[in-house]
Write a protein that binds this ligand. Structure first.
Ligand code: SAM
Length: 277
């Protein structure tokens, strides 16, 4: 059966290359090219854009990104079994797909970034998704604005809710503060378990993040220290949970009521606390 892009259906690709999903690699594949196009489209226009993709697997999302006109896709995949299937896609789009076999957690994406606009689009493996997001939000080289124009990422819905959460939301925590400090983040749409092969236990969601050009000035390490202490004991009053980093004196210096709890503090207030350390 023909597909939108003239390549074979993903089910055939998976069968032909023996790509039975491995749980340890977080492999839940998307086989519906209409859905992968919908995900890629939520990254906005791709003309002239280089896209980094993590975990292309059999290439459903990769194909969508290329068919929507991305200049190039640089994809990092840990499972060598996927490489022959991805090579077929590369042949169909000559010079536009570079596959790097390796661990995305150990990949220096900024060093690989070419001149010109870069976006990151991925259906992330669940076991490493949050850490990858943190690496992109808080790059070791301190570069901000970052090398990427946007992140369009699929997470478990629970993680997506934590990324976009504001204060007074049950899902608000360290991830919400860090994402809210450096980006404008929102959820785009949910994807039900049945859309994946094999289906995961939970609903997934696509999150879109755009970097703030001028986030409130703050040292990353200090913000991490205060959020870690505050949310480490989120039900306690801040005068108690922040004891290891200065307790009541720190709160008074920052002009924050010591009787409040972590989940009630806005990003701006966390930044004030960090800057008072
Ligand atoms: N993009 C494909 C799709 O949407 O159907 C596959 C997504 S699947 C959820 C996650 C992919 O990430 C798998 O192909 C898996 O082999 C790969 N992967 C897992 N851990 C990885 C890592 N540390 N670095 C790079 N790729 C990884």
């Amino acid at each position: 059966m023909a597909t939108l892009d003239g390549l074979p259906p993903l089910r055939d690709v998976i069968q032909r290359h023996g790509l039975d999903a491995k749980k340890a690699l977080g492999q839940n594949f998307l086989l519906d090219l209409n859905l992968t196009q919908k995900i890629a489209r939520s990254a906005g226009p791709l003309d002239g854009v280089t896209v980094f993709e993590v975990g292309p697997g059999p290439g459903g999302l990769t194909r969508a990104i290329l068919s929507l006109g991305a200049k190039k896709v640089i994809a990092v995949e840990r499972d060598s079994r996927c490489l022959p299937a991805l090579a077929e896609i590369g042949k169909h789009y000559p010079g536009r797909l570079e596959v790097i076999e390796g661990d995305a957690l150990k990949t220096d994406f900024s060093a690989l970034a070419p001149e010109g606009p870069v976006k990151i689009i991925a259906n992330l493996p669940y076991n490493v998704g949050t850490q990858l997001l943190i690496n992109w939000l808080l790059p070791e080289n301190g570069q901000w604005p970052p090398f990427w124009e946007s992140l369009t990422l699929m997470f478990q819905k629970e993680v997506g809710l934590r990324i976009v959460a504001d204060e007074d939301d049950d899902h608000y925590g360290r991830l919400g503060v860090l994402a809210g400090w450096r980006t404008d983040a929102h959820m785009v749409f949910d994807v039900p378990p049945q859309a994946f092969t094999p289906p995961p236990k939970v609903t997934s969601t696509v999150v879109h993040l755009i970097p703030r050009t001028n986030p409130l000035p703050c040292e990353v390490a200090k913000l991490e220290r205060v959020t870690q202490a505050a949310f480490g004991q989120r039900r306690k009053m801040l005068r108690q949970s922040l004891k290891p980093v200065g307790g009541e004196a720190l709160l008074v210096k920052a002009g924050i009521d010591p009787a409040r709890r972590a989940e009630t503090l806005s990003v701006e207030e966390f930044v004030r606390l960090a800057n008072s350390l």
